[in-house]
Design a protein around this ligand. Structure first.
Ligand code: PMP
Ligand code: GLN
Length: 393
């Protein structure tokens, strides 16, 4: 065989390796560490939802290709959820699209809406798939960096405004925000909305943590703000809200035109997925408010359990108002390099975390910060904090 002179990975993907989540979960498995890295709960979601999936499988619902846009029961449940919670009206037949997790919705939205050369503004630190999907779409990512201020991460609206150019096509928002736990306020989102209208931008908004907001904070879907319904694709997922991250049932909502565009890309990615699980998620979305309330309260308690523990050990903790992640600074331990710290942590303490530097274009920016997931059993969090005390003993 002739030697291959070209790199195998094309130029668009050349900068991307294995995701940090796979790397760190493999490290956790290899070392038997407590995995506070990749964000997945260690307890499955409600039993009745699991049973609904079993019933669908047994009854032969969804075992063959479901309809391309998703099963009608789920599309209707998503539309009802958006109306009842936020007053957003979407036609389940034309304005809701079921996807293989939020991941596919993000990919399909960017592949459908971004022209090669378009600029996409994303809040940095950003969830890792954003950069890869912008690259696959041939776009250019333009990060706007959330910065620590009084113990939390905040968006600088002037910086956002300054980042918009004539080539900007869309703003890729994420609230509640992974990894910082920032929940954008109504005032901040109103400013983003005004900018989008003024500069004629689309907004793709990743709201997978919509039900994980704490301390009485409000989750505001930007699509509810004036002028935004027509220019916003809103993305949700059952993975985080119902603690079934392996099912990969997500969705996108938006106007008929936007959803049709996203569907055009989506149908050539997976076409369809997760047939029986779609029926189960339709039932999950109709769980009583008590489920969502206790889900939120449980996670607020877990946040405090881990946050207080990390502070007691000596970390500087940025208080998250949402998601199930805590960003903490390792400088108090005389450490500077979060990547090296996370690589060594299993050996030192038997705990795995994620270095935030991977969520930045310039890894120098988040170099001394690491992310811990608190979507774990209380005793696991207590044990993890106990092990982390070895950092100072
Ligand atoms: N967006 C964000 C911000 C996430 O943290 C995740 C991980 N759950 C996803 C999207 C992907 O969601 P899904 O598992 O539904 O593909
Ligand atoms: N969203 C999860 C996190 O941020 C990871 C999902 C994945 O592994 N791609 O930890």
């Amino acid at each position: 065989m002739a030697p291959m002179t070209r790199p195998l990975l094309n130029r668009r993907l050349a900068e991307f390796g294995t995701t940090i989540f796979a790397e760190m979960s493999a490290l956790a498995a290899r070392t038997g560490s407590i995995n506070l890295g990749q964000g997945f709960p260690d307890t499955d979601g409600p039993e009745e939802v699991r049973e609904a999936a079993v019933r669908a499988l047994r009854d032969g619902r969804g075992n063959q290709y479901p309809p391309g846009p998703g099963v009608p029961e789920l599309r209707t449940a998503v539309a009802d959820h958006q109306r009842q919670r936020y007053g957003l009206e979407y036609d389940p037949d034309t304005e809701v699209l079921v996807t293989a997790g939020a991941t596919e919705a993000i990919a399909a939205a960017l592949l459908a809406l971004v022209e090669p050369g378009d600029e996409v503004i994303a809040l940095e630190p950003y969830y890792d798939s954003y950069a890869a999907c912008v690259a696959m779409a041939g776009g250019t990512r333009v990060p706007v960096t959330l910065r620590p201020h009084e113990g939390a991460y905040v968006l600088d609206l002037d910086e956002l405004r300054a980042a918009v150019t004539d080539r900007t096509r869309l703003i890729l928002l994420n609230t509640p925000h992974n990894p910082t736990g920032t929940v954008l306020t109504r005032a901040e989102l109103t400013a983003v909305a005004e900018l989008a209208v003024e500069r004629d931008l689309l907004v793709v908004t990743d709201e997978v943590y919509e039900h994980l907001v704490f301390d009485g904070a409000e989750h505001v879907p930007i699509a509810t703000l004036p002028g935004m319904r027509d220019r916003t694709v809103t993305i949700g997922s059952s993975g985080k809200t119902f603690s079934f991250t392996g099912w990969k049932v997500g969705w996108a909502t938006g106007t008929h035109e936007l959803v049709a565009a996203v569907r055009t890309a989506k149908q050539y990615l997976t076409y369809v997925s997760a047939g029986p699980f779609q029926y189960a998620v339709a039932e999950a979305l109709r769980l009583p408010d008590a489920y969502f309330d206790s889900f939120r309260a449980d996670h607020q308690r877990k946040r405090d359990l881990l946050g207080d523990g990390l502070r007691a050990v000596g970390f500087e903790v940025y208080q998250p108002q949402g998601t199930y992640f805590i960003t903490a600074d390792i400088t108090p331990f005389g450490e500077k390099d979060g990547y090296a710290f996370c690589r060594a942590l299993p050996e030192r303490c038997g705990v795995v975390a994620i270095p935030n530097s991977v969520f930045y274009d310039d890894p120098g920016t988040g170099r001394s910060q690491v992310r811990f997931a608190f979507c774990k059993k209380d005793d696991v969090l207590v044990e993890a904090v106990g092990r982390l005390r070895r950092l100072v003993s």
